[in-house]
Design a protein around this ligand. Structure first.
Ligand code: 26Q
Length: 850
C-alpha cells in the first residue's frame, strides 16, 4: 500500500521533472525578445563579504573556518563576474557576431579566485576587505581546490586560450567535460608514485552554474535503418539507441581589464530517466539504479595518460558525448537566433561559427556535424560537407606514434553505427578525389585513407580531422614543419595549403601577474603596467639589463620567490634548501622523451665529482616535479629513481649544501605558480623532434629563468627571441637525431668511451641507490645500453659540458641577472594573446567585439 502511494507520487514527479521533459520543454522554447538589461547595484566589497559569510555560507564570524572565508571571498568576486557575464551574453545575443567554439577534452584552469579578482581589477579591494575583517587573501585562496580537468600542456593551453580570448573580447565558448574526478593526486610513498582520486567537487564549486534547462540527448549503440521517402530520398534512422543526457554547467571566464566574461560550458552525464518505473514495480529497483549509474560513468573521470591513446570504449564515449552535446548546442544557438528554412540560410553557418578541435580528441565532431546537418536538419550531403570543411580547424599536439588515436572499426560501429557509415562515405569521396589527382597511386590511398587496413581495420582520427578541416596547425615552427614533412607529408601533397603553424603562448595574467606579483610590480614601476595586455611592451626592459640597481632589485625578487618555494618544499617533504644555490627545475609530465633521466645522469655526475673531492662546485638544488601515467611503468620507475637518488645525495655529509635533489609531489597548476617564479634554470631537454612545443619553457623564461635546452619545440623560437648568448643550447638537432638513428646508433659506444657516464650507469645498475634491492633499476640501465630510443647517451657529454657552462655563468650573479632580465624582456612573442590573434585572423576569421 505504502509502496503504491510512493510509486504514484514518484510517477507524477518523474513526469514533471525528468530530464526528458526538460529536453522537450527546451526545444519548444522560443528565443527571448531583446530587451535592455537592468542589473541591481553591487554591494561594496567589505559589506558583501559580511553578507556572504552569513547568507551564503550560513556561518557567523566566530564559527567560520578558513574554507568559509574562501567561499565568502569567492561569492563576493563571483557577483562581480556575473554582472559582466550577463552583459557579455546579452551583447553577443544582440550583435550576433561570428563565434569561436573551442572543443577540448581538457581545460586545466587551476584555481580561480585570485585570477578572477585580478582580471576584474578588484584584487586589492578584496584583499583590503578581508584584512579589515581580520582575514587574509592568500590563506583564503589556498583553500580552493585546483580544477585539474587536464593532464598537462594541452589542457593548460586551452585554459590560457580562454583567458586570452576573453581579454581580447573575442566571442568564444569553450566546450568540455565536467569530470567528477580530475587528474589524480600524486602522493610519494617509499619513493614511489601513488595515485589518489581527485574529489575536487567535495565542498561544492562556487564557479559553476548548473543549467538543467540546457540538456541534450546523446545516443549510443542501436542500429541504422535506411528509409527511402516518397520523393525517393534516402534517410537514415538511428534505431533503438541508448540515451544519455548531457547537462550543462557553465563556468565564467573573465577577461583582464575588460567587461567581457566568456563561457566555459562543461557537460555532465545524467541518466535519461530517474528510474525506470516498470522495472521498479517489477522489483528490479537495483537494476534500474545500476543503469543510471552506468550512463553517469561517462563524465566520471579524466583519462590520466597524456601521450598514449587508451583505446578504451569509455574514452570514445566521452569524446562523442561532449562533442554531440556541444554541436547540438551550437546549432540550437544558430537556429534560434534566425529564421533557418532554406539552404541559403544554412549557407551562413560558416560565417557565424568556427570550431577548433584541440587535437583529435573531439575529431568525431566532423562526423557528428554531418549527422546533425544531414540526418536531423535534412541538408543534402554535399552541401553539408561544404559547410563542415569551412567550419572546422584542427590543432595537432604530437608526432609521437603511440599518441595517435585510432579506434577499431568494430568498436566504433557498435557504439556509433551511423557515424561509422558517415565516415565511410566521407572516406569514399576523399579517396575518389585523391585518385583523381594521383591516378593509380594505390599505396598513397592506403596511407591516407581514414580507415587503416594494415593493423586490423581501424578508424584514424587524425585523418578524419585533416580531411574535415580547412586548416591544420602545429604548435611551434619546428613541429609544424615536421608535420608537413613526416606525419602529414602525404596530406600536404594532397592539400598543399591546409597546413600552417601557430606557435603556442601562455597568458601573462596568470603566469606573471598572478604567480609573480613581485616581479609584475617591479616591471610596472620600471615601464608601467601596459605589458599586461600588450606583452611587446616588455621590450622596454632591455636597457635595464645593464642597470646595476635594476639587476639588484630583480635579484631580490628572485630571491624572495626562491625563499617562498623553499618554505613550501620544506613543508611538503621536510628538506631544507639553500636559497643561494642554483634552483635547477624540470617540471612537466614524466615521459621518456622528455628525458628526466638525462637530468638524473647529470645529478649523479655532480654527486660523483663531489665525492671524488672536486672543489669548484656551484651549489645546486635540482627540483623535479610531474606525474606519470598510472600504467606507464618506466615513467614510474624514473620517479622512484629520482627519489632514491635524492635520499642518498641529500643525506650524504660529504655533499653538504652543494647539492640537493627534490621531487616536488603532486605537480599541478597551483604548484606551478610557486615553482616557476622560484626557478633559476629551466630544463627543456627533450630529444630534438619529440616535444611539439612545450609551454613551461615560456613560463619559466617569463619569470626570469635561463633555459638549458635542445633545439626542440618552441625552444628554437625562444632562442631566436632571447639571442644565442642568453640561452644554453646543447645536443643533437632533429636531422642529426634522424641520422644517428639511421646509421645504426649504438649507445654502448658512448658508455665505453665516457668514464664519467660509465661510472654513473654502473652505480644505477649495481644498486648504489637501491641497496635493499640492487636490481631495482637494471631495466633502466639495460634500456639505455640496448635501445636508448631517446638518445640520452648520445647527448650526455654535450649536456654535461653545457651544465658546466651554466654553473660557471651562475657564479657571476651580475651576468646571470643581466641574461635573465633579457629573457623576460624578450618574451613578448610567447603571450597567448599573440597566439590567439593569429588563430582569430588566419584561421577563425573572427573579430573582437566591443
Ligand atoms: C588520448 C587518447 C586517450 C586518452 C588520452 C589521450 C591523450 C590525452 C592528453 C593524449 C594526449 C594528451 C595531451 C597531450 C599534450 O599535453 N601535449 C602537449 O601539448 C602542449 C600544448 O600544445 C605542447 O606544448 C606539448 O609539447 C605537448 O606534449
Amino acid at each position: 500500500m505504502i509502496g503504491l502511494v510512493f510509486a504514484k507520487i514518484y510517477l507524477s514527479v518523474t513526469v514533471k521533472y525528468s530530464l526528458e521533459s526538460y529536453i522537450r520543454m527546451k526545444n519548444t522554447t522560443k528565443p527571448a525578445k531583446k530587451q535592455a538589461i537592468v542589473l541591481p547595484k553591487l554591494t561594496p566589497v567589505k559589506q558583501a563579504l559580511q553578507n556572504h559569510l552569513i547568507f551564503s555560507c550560513f556561518k557567523t564570524d566566530r564559527a567560520s573556518t578558513p574554507r568559509d572565508w574562501y567561499h565568502t571571498a569567492a561569492y563576493t568576486v563571483r557577483d562581480h563576474v556575473v554582472e559582466r557575464w550577463v552583459r557579455t551574453a546579452a551583447s553577443y545575443n544582440d550583435q550576433d557576431p561570428k563565434r569561436v567554439y573551442y572543443l577540448s577534452l581538457e581545460f586545466l584552469i587551476g584555481r580561480m579566485l585570485t585570477n578572477a579578482a585580478l582580471n576584474l581589477g578588484i584584487k586589492d579591494e578584496l584583499s583590503d576587505g578581508l584584512e579589515a575583517l581580520g582575514r587574509n587573501m592568500e590563506s583564503a585562496a589556498e583553500m580552493e581546490n585546483d580544477a585539474a580537468l587536464g593532464n598537462g600542456g594541452l589542457g593548460r593551453l586551452a585554459a590560457c586560450f580562454l583567458d586570452s580570448m576573453a581579454t581580447m573580447d573575442i566571442p568564444a565558448t569553450g566546450y568540455g567535460i565536467r569530470y567528477e574526478y580530475g587528474m589524480f593526486k600524486q602522493a610519494i610513498e617509499h619513493g614511489q608514485q601513488v595515485e589518489n582520486p581527485d574529489n575536487w567537487l567535495r565542498y561544492g564549486n562556487v564557479w559553476e552554474f548548473q543549467r538543467p534547462e540546457a540538456a541534450y540527448d546523446v545516443k549510443f549503440y542501436g542500429h541504422v535503418v535506411p528509409v527511402t521517402d516518397e520523393h525517393g530520398v534516402k534517410h537514415h534512422h538511428w534505431c533503438n539507441p541508448q540515451h544519455v543526457v548531457a547537462m550543462a554547467y557553465d563556468v565564467p571566464v573573465p577577461g583582464y581589464g575588460t567587461d567581457t566574461v566568456n563561457n566555459l560550458r562543461l557537460w555532465s552525464a545524467k541518466a535519461t530517466k530517474d528510474f525506470d518505473l516498470r522495472q521498479f514495480n517489477d522489483g528490479n529497483y537495483e537494476q534500474s539504479v545500476e543503469e543510471r549509474t552506468d550512463s553517469e560513468t561517462i563524465s566520471k573521470v579524466l583519462y590520466p595518460n597524456d601521450a598514449s591513446a587508451s583505446g578504451r570504449e569509455l574514452r570514445l564515449k566521452q569524446q562523442y558525448f561532449f562533442v554531440s552535446a556541444s554541436i547540438q548546442d551550437i546549432l540550437r544557438r544558430f537556429i534560434t537566433t534566425r529564421d533557418v528554412k532554406a539552404e541559403k540560410d544554412w549557407a551562413d553557418l560558416p560565417n557565424k561559427i568556427a570550431i577548433q578541435l584541440n587535437d583529435t580528441h573531439p575529431a568525431i565532431g566532423v562526423a557528428e556535424m554531418m549527422h546533425q546537418l544531414v540526418d536531423i536538419h535534412g541538408l543534402a550531403w554535399n552541401f553539408a560537407w561544404s559547410l563542415v570543411v569551412k567550419i572546422f580547424a584542427y590543432t595537432n599536439h604530437t608526432l609521437m606514434p603511440e599518441a595517435l588515436e585510432t579506434w577499431s572499426v568494430e568498436l566504433f560501429g557498435t557504439l556509433l553505427p551511423r557515424h561509422l557509415e558517415i565516415i565511410y562515405e566521407i572516406n569514399q569521396q576523399f579517396i575518389t578525389m585523391v585518385n583523381h589527382h594521383f591516378p593509380g597511386d594505390t599505396e598513397l590511398i592506403q596511407r591516407v585513407s581514414i580507415i587503416d587496413e594494415t593493423h586490423g581495420r581501424r578508424v584514424r582520427m587524425a585523418h578524419l580531422a585533416v580531411v574535415g578541416s580547412h586548416t591544420v596547425n602545429g604548435v611551434a615552427a619546428l613541429h609544424s614543419e615536421l608535420l608537413k614533412t613526416t606525419l602529414f607529408a602525404d596530406f600536404n601533397k594532397i592539400y598543399p595549403n591546409k597546413f600552417t603553424n601557430v606557435t603556442n603562448g601562455i597568458t601573462p595574467r596568470r603566469w606573471l601577474n598572478q604567480a609573480n606579483p613581485q616581479l609584475a610590480s617591479l616591471i610596472t614601476r620600471a615601464i608601467g603596467d601596459g605589458f599586461q595586455k600588450d606583452l611587446t611592451q616588455l621590450a622596454k626592459l632591455t636597457p635595464l639589463a645593464n642597470d646595476k640597481d635594476f639587476r639588484k632589485a630583480f635579484r631580490a625578487v628572485k630571491h624572495d620567490n626562491k625563499l617562498r618555494l623553499a618554505r613550501k618544499i620544506e613543508s611538503l617533504i621536510d628538506v631544507k634548501l639553500n636559497p643561494n644555490s642554483l634552483f635547477d627545475v624540470q617540471i612537466k609530465r614524466i615521459h621518456e622523451y622528455k628525458r628526466q633521466l638525462l637530468n638524473v645522469l647529470h645529478v649523479i655526475t655532480l654527486y660523483n665529482r663531489i665525492r671524488h673531492g672536486a672543489k669548484d662546485i656551484t651549489p645546486r638544488t635540482v627540483i623535479f616535479g610531474g606525474k606519470a601515467a598510472p600504467g606507464y611503468w618506466m615513467a614510474k620507475l624514473i620517479i622512484r629513481l629520482i627519489n632514491d637518488v635524492a635520499a642518498i645525495v641529500n643525506d650524504d655529509p660529504v655533499v653538504g649544501d652543494k647539492l640537493k635533489v627534490v621531487f616536488y609531489p603532486n605537480y599541478e597548476v597551483s604548484a606551478a605558480e610557486i615553482l616557476f617564479p622560484g626557478s633559476d634554470l629551466s630544463e627543456q631537454i627533450s630529444t630534438a623532434g619529440t616535444e611539439a612545443s612545450g609551454t613551461g619553457n615560456m613560463k619559466m623564461a617569463l619569470n626570469g629563468a635561463l633555459t638549458i635546452g635542445t633545439l626542440d619545440g618552441a625552444n628554437v623560437e625562444i632562442k631566436e627571441e632571447v639571442g644565442d648568448d642568453n640561452i644554453f643550447i646543447f645536443g643533437l638537432t632533429t636531422p642529426q637525431v634522424a641520422e644517428t638513428k639511421a646509421s645504426g646508433y649504438n649507445p654502448r659506444d658512448y658508455y665505453h668511451q665516457n668514464a664519467a657516464l660509465k661510472e654513473v650507469l654502473d652505480m644505477i645498475g649495481s644498486g648504489f641507490f637501491s641497496l635493499e634491492e640492487p636490481s631495482r633499476y637494471q631495466a633502466i640501465v639495460d634500456n639505455l645500453l640496448n635501445n636508448d630510443n631517446y638518445l640520452l647517451l648520445a647527448d650526455y657529454a654535450d649536456y654535461i659540458a653545457c651544465q658546466d657552462e651554466v654553473a660557471k655563468v651562475y657564479k657571476d650573479q651580475e651576468e646571470w641577472s643581466r641574461r635573465a632580465i633579457l629573457n623576460v624582456a624578450r618574451m613578448a612573442k610567447f603571450s597567448s594573446d599573440r597566439t590567439i590573434g593569429e588563430y582569430a585572423n588566419n584561421i577563425w576569421q573572427v573579430q573582437s567585439l566591443k
